[in-house]
Design a protein around this ligand. Structure first.
Ligand SMILES: N[C@@H](CCC(=O)N[C@@H](CS)C(=O)NCC(=O)O)C(=O)O
Ligand SMILES: N[C@@H](CCC(=O)N[C@@H](CS)C(=O)NCC(=O)O)C(=O)O
Ligand code: FES
Lengths: 95, 95
């Protein structure tokens, strides 16, 4: 479907994508964590997209099996090529 | 208002009340914690009450200043009288 293709393109084009909801504390924690690690994700706030947001959430479930937020996609190879993988690794986080 | 009186009565009649939403992970964590401590709260799932749920959430904000969930009310004196306060105290939790 067109929405499935659009989601795949979003995930393919970006090193980190977070599908989120603005009023959800779990989503807020993930966004803060990335900020703290110096990573700047593409954030898509599903609750701000009305009916399209609900459709996106269903599409994500079809593609990934996960229907909850936050739904996080990390392209480790893209991050590595940009030298941004290090902060996400356990050794860095153990500091 | 009638809804304010109803909320006050609910909080007054019960030792532990949790205003919650079924799909909210923060709310789930609070409910699990009480269960683990052997406390059986009155749980009110605002998202299952439609328009009345939204009104309740506004009423709680008017009464308490808090518009978020989970919104937890603990009547420590009631719990103490029933011998149920102990599990909630820090010494018990440190075990
Ligand atoms: N253990 C999961 C919990 C995910 C979860 O239950 N998310 C909730 C919000 S906190 C959800 O998506 N509920 C359904 C919805 O909002 O549509 C995680 O850590 O991501
Ligand atoms: N730090 C607060 C966070 C409360 C919060 O932001 N709750 C969110 C859900 S996780 C909320 O109520 N959002 C508005 C809503 O769902 O109406 C707590 O621990 O209770
Ligand atoms: S943690 Fe409350 S809605 Fe996600």
């Amino acid at each position: 479907s067109r929405m499935e293709e659009s989601v795949k393109k979003t995930i393919g084009d970006n090193s980190v994508v977070v599908y989120s909801k603005t009023w959800c504390s779990y989503s807020s924690e993930v966004k803060s964590l990335f900020k703290k690690l110096g990573v700047d994700p593409l954030v898509i706030e599903l609750d701000q997209l009305g009916a399209q947001g609900r459709q996106l959430q269903k599409t994500l479930e079809r593609l990934t099996g996960q229907r909850t937020v936050p739904n996080v996609f990390i392209d480790t190879l893209k991050l590595h090529r940009r030298g941004e993988l290090q902060p996400l690794l356990p050794e860095a986080q153990a500091k």
